[in-house]
Design a protein around this ligand. Structure first.
Ligand code: ATP
Ligand code: MG
Length: 94
């Protein structure tokens, strides 16, 4: 049996060392069961958005990702240094 939850991004931006802003502050709501396609020119931040949602990347301070009503672990552990290892096959952003 599968279940789905909504994904919410509140003011998620990403600026890398050196000041390169990969993603301007983004508010996004994907409802449970909904399919969303990200379209845009190269460099507009699609992959960065997916990496933030998947937990491979942290949003800048103030950004928040929620799965349902639960704040993502990556956001809660923002100050910690840790990496992610998938135990099963899954798609990853490119
Ligand atoms: N680790 C990084 N360090 C510095 N800049 C980065 C990093 N990752 C991405 N960027 C920059 O951030 C911007 C957004 O990159 P991103 O990969 O999210 O774009 P994209 O929309 O997925 O592009 P494409 O359609 O080419 O895949 C680009 O200017 C990119 O060069
Ligand atoms: Mg990309």
């Amino acid at each position: 049996m599968s279940s789905s939850v909504s994904i919410t991004l509140n003011q998620c931006s990403r600026t890398f060392a050196g000041g390169n802003t990969a993603l301007q502050p983004l508010d996004l709501q994907v409802n449970a069961g909904e399919t969303l396609v990200l379209l845009g020119p190269s460099g507009c931040g699609k992959t960065t958005t997916l990496r933030i949602i998947s937990g491979l990347e942290s949003p800048d301070q103030g950004g928040q990702v929620l799965f349902g009503s639960v704040i993502s672990l990556r956001c809660r552990l923002r100050s910690a240094t840790w990496e992610w290892c998938f135990k099963t096959t899954r798609s990853s952003p490119t």
